[in-house]
Design a protein around this ligand. Structure first.
Ligand code: DX5
Ligand code: ZN
Length: 214
């Protein structure tokens, strides 16, 4: 399992210590949530902060843009040295073009679905993306309760990926903890994002190890 701890739940007054912890840990990626107060009802952090984080972080950067018109920031994300750029299906009327532009910029491209958006909308794009990020809570806040029917949604996505021969990874984001993680793994998830479960624990490195499940 790939584990991508979400910086949203880190201690913002001492980000350096939390990123040192991530660097020491078994996490393979670091998940970075950008919010604009328009696409989602909250604002997180922006590129000046992420630039400092990126400089210090040794893990692959998994950037999740919860913003309108995300294609306008492809260069900014690229300049962070990001590995994966995730854009919301709901924010991209020309998703195919946006995916192409992310690839042209040298990054992996992920498409994110809100909880109400069915997996079937991906039929015509699943071959072109490197990852599908399923929101398992409504985006905007950490620490929310896992939406239970997401397990069935993961299974439907797993089937779409194998039916089409797509190479896309499945990532889930929201409400991941010691109870939901094994069930998500069994349903076919490749990447777990976890914010409050990791950073809210006294021993985050141990939690990351558990989530990896190896
Ligand atoms: C929510 C963000 C998540 C958030 C998850 O909109 O996309 O990445 O940090 O937080 P937890 O793991 O606490 O549900
Ligand atoms: Zn996220």
């Amino acid at each position: 399992m790939i584990v991508s701890p979400s910086l949203l739940s880190a201690n913002f007054i001492d980000l350096k210590s939390d990123i040192d912890m991530i660097n020491r840990s078994d996490a393979q990626w670091l998940h970075l949530d950008v919010m604009d107060g328009v696409f989602v009802p909250n604002i997180s952090f922006g590129f000046p902060v992420l630039k400092a984080v990126a400089k210090h972080c040794e893990k692959k950067l998994d950037v999740h843009l919860m913003i309108v018109e995300p294609w306008k920031f492809i260069n900014e994300v690229k300049n962070l040295g990001a590995y994966m750029m995730n854009v919301h299906y709901e924010a991209c009327p020309h998703l195919h073009r946006t995916i192409q532009q992310i690839h042209d910029a040298g990054m992996k491209a992920g498409v994110t679905l809100n909880p109400h958006t069915p997996v079937s909308v991906l039929e015509e794009i699943i071959q072109d993306v490197d990852m599908v990020l399923l929101m398992t809570v409504n985006p905007g806040y950490g620490g929310q309760k896992f939406i239970e029917h997401s397990i069935e949604k993961v299974k439907r996505l797993r089937k779409l990926i194998s039916d089409t021969g797509s190479h896309a990874l499945i990532e889930v984001d929201g409400g991941v903890n010691g109870e939901t993680a094994p069930r998500l793994a069994a349903a076919g998830v490749d990447v777990l994002v976890a914010g409050s479960y990791v950073f809210g624990n006294d021993n985050p490195e141990k939690v990351i190890k558990e989530l990896r499940g190896e």
